[in-house]
Design a protein around this ligand. Structure first.
Ligand code: F6P
Length: 355
């Protein structure tokens, strides 16, 4: 592969996600086998701003396939968003002959990637977030591990709920996305689930719980996605208890969901996306994010990905589509529709089989 690259930088930014280390390892090994050196940037974009970097050898990434978190550490760097911070970041790239960067993280990370690309440092994004809330990709690294952790925790709560004839409300992470909540609700046999993507009929849930209790059901699990006012709250457990007569506890799993050894899926997706990011960068691409779509790993323009994301999340209206071709516009609309349909189908599935 023809390359003008002397060195590439790799960083992890935003909330950490299991599988980030697998991506770092793949990036390092793939770059080295193409004769390109690798600079690990410590603490996300703040490592670029503060000149905190280290060279990575093949051995530096040995024995990290099993490790959660990120060996490069992570941060949310406000200074990077300022002109002064950006100038320092570019100076660090120049100082170490960093000709391109691979940035692993979520949507905030990709905004940073675009800023670097616009200033002449080719940058590629890899989606890593347990929330799986990046509209352009079916899958983000960390999601599977996080969900398996929730399943393990909820299975434990279930045992004790069953013994004591109790209900447990379990709040899970996800930021404003209900993917972790709805999937784990199905996997854990929850009686109901509260997410922002679907309407929640509180009275119908109380009625159902009373009926199931009368039918002999002892243990109940209700999954709630974080940040939902009135529900991601211990007061919701109290209300369930009052309305159903079932003793109800509240558990917030919080950051426990973000740690732990990556599952097979996160290891393999980390390896696949890491390797592809290097190939794209060395082929001269910039400002793209590596996505998984219909089981294929593809490179998607970051501006396109961000428009899809803003549109889906209601942060932009369809007038933002005007700068895209007709084909691109329908691609963006398809991505948004696919997400909506997914939540609708999963909610219907939960309601059909819970009981
Ligand atoms: O990484 C995503 C996420 O874990 C969200 O689910 C959560 O809302 C947020 O990050 C918490 O971030 P922090 O690390 O700032 O507590």
């Amino acid at each position: 592969m023809a390359t003008k690259f002397r060195r590439i930088g790799v960083l992890t930014s935003g909330g950490d996600a299991p599988g980030m280390n697998n991506a770092i390892r793949a990036i390092t090994r793939a770059a080295l086998s193409n004769g390109v050196e690798v600079i690990g940037i410590n603490g996300g974009y703040s490592g670029l701003v503060n000149d905190n970097v280290r060279q990575l050898s093949a051995r530096d990434v040995s024995n990290i396939v099993t490790r959660g978190g990120t060996i490069l550490y992570s941060d949310r760097c406000l200074e990077f968003k300022t002109e002064e911070g950006m100038a320092k970041a570019i100076a660090t790239c120049k100082k170490y002959n960093i000709d391109g960067i691979i940035a692993c993280g979520g949507d905030g990370t990709f905004r940073g990637a675009t800023d670097l690309s616009n200033r002449g440092i080719p940058t590629i994004g890899i989606p890593c977030t347990i929330d799986n809330d990046i509209t352009s990709t079916d899958y983000a690294i960390g999601y599977d591990t996080a969900m398996n952790t929730v399943v393990e925790m909820v299975d434990r709560l279930r045992d004790t709920c069953e013994s004591h004839a109790r209900c447990n409300v379990v709040e899970v992470m996800g930021n404003h996305a209900g993917g972790i909540a709805i999937q784990t609700a199905i996997a854990c046999g929850a009686v109901d689930c509260v997410i922002s993507e679907a309407p929640f009929d509180e009275e119908a849930m109380y009625e159902k719980m009373r009926r199931l209790k009368a039918d002999g059901k002892r243990g109940f699990i209700v999954i709630v996605s974080e940040l939902i006012p009135g529900y991601a709250d211990p007061a919701f457990a109290k209300k369930i208890q009052e309305k159903t007569g079932i003793e109800t506890k509240f558990a917030r799993l919080a950051h426990v969901v973000r740690g732990g050894n990556p599952t097979l899926r996160d290891r393999v997706v980390g390896a696949r996306m890491g390797s592809m990011a290097v190939a794209e960068l060395l082929a001269g691409k910039s400002n793209v994010v590596i996505c998984e779509q219909e089981n294929e790993t593809v490179a998607v323009d970051i501006n396109f990905a961000q428009t899809a994301d803003r549109l889906y999340k209601g942060k932009a209206d369809e007038s933002e589509l005007e700068k895209y071709s007709k084909e691109e516009q329908s691609g963006i609309l398809r991505l948004c529709e696919k997400k909506r349909r997914y939540f609708k189908d999963m909610t219907a599935l939960l309601s059909e089989i819970s009981g």
